[in-house]
Design a protein around this ligand. Sequence first.
Ligand code: GAR
Length: 193
Amino acid sequence: MKRIAILASGSGTNAENISKYFQDRAEVEVSLILTNNPDAGVIQRARRLHIPVILFDKVSFYKTDRILNILQQSQIDLVVLAGFMMLIPGNLVSAFHNRIINIHPALLPKFGGKGMYGSFVHEAVAQAGEPETGITIHFVNEHYDEGRVIFQASCPVNANDTPDDIANRVHALEYLHFPQVIEKVLTELPLPG
Ligand code: GAR
């Protein structure tokens, strides 16, 4: 059994989609959902899915090993960032080397970096008049959106698209691909111990 922890800061539609995908697969479990945001929609989604939720604050994330200890004690194999808006601290990056993955709602290296998340990305894409955008799934290092790319998929941007139109198209790509990419990464992980 492989165990996943999901970190999310917002609505959590990806977290829910991933959790539902693996509920039908005995060999993988979403064991924990962690959030830094007490108002995040992901908390209610996790409760409905009967997945334990852990709320943490900035100080415990950056200045203590609380989250690292929780992940290790829960024997987490892979950490998945699904709409998580904080930079991952060095203690987690080192302990989970190549075992933290993120989804970004654009074709990195375009429209990445600090401040480029969620709807801000789609606004920037619309404003730049890009003919296409998409998703990037990548390993996480200590810099925003810079780790090794695992997977990308693209979709068109039409001249009259609003940021919401773009967001909807990008979300559809995320729902389609993210669970399967996670599954593939898990099969390629070394066995623990
Ligand atoms: C997703 O589109 C994800 O790619 C993006 O936030 C959204 C979360 O939606 N992530 C980032 O921007 C990270 N830089 P959700 O809460 O409905 O899953």
